[in-house]
Design a protein. Sequence first.
Length: 252
Amino acid sequence: MPLREDDITHVRDNVYLVSGSSTNWVIVRDAESCTLIDSGYPGDHDAVLASLAAVGLSPAAVRAVLVTHAHNDHIGAAQRLSSVYGTPVLMHEKEVPHARRDFLSQVSLGQVLARAWQPGVLRWGVHALRAGGKARVPVHAPQAFPAPGPLDLPGAPVPVFTPGHTAGHCAYHLPAHGIVVSGDALVTGHPTSRATGPQLLPGMFHTDRVRALDSLAAFDEIDADIVLPGHGTPHHGSAKEAAVLAGERAAA
């Protein structure tokens, strides 16, 4: 899908949220290099490169791809960046075998078809297939974070373990910017959801929905007043507030 100018939101100095075909990624710039958090569907590869160019960076400037989780709509360009430019692809240790595709923990075609009557599901499913949702896109040499705490990368991102959507899902706190990149632990919209604002994804998308709900508590201690989700628009308000709203909606 071609990238449009309004698909890139300049959130704060050197932080950009990019809306791909239906998934977001984040560019955190530092002088002439950057950290890329997630990378869309396989079909978003050209859009990822275009988004880097739009903020004045080349693909070689990506110091690392940080993965919130290894679903196809979040790791679509990761291996190609790694193969062509030697870009490290980093994630929580529990997500490493998932990224290698030792196993696949992702919504199945059968689960989608069983819910095809629900608003938005069939249209989203067709789009996901066209964008590479069922393509095989393993990361050949995924790496676990080298040590606890802030990573030595542009933005000094701090991984926040938020399992449930997948076993090794991580959000990323950008303390200097007052931002948390929530991935799919907390979103603000999705084509299969009628709700807008902070929420969990529909249940079929989670490996363990109960654990995903429990992981919302991880946002309580994050000092951030902007949440950049994997799906939907930015949430302007505290991370704790967003988590409380998402929890309330999930319980309703």
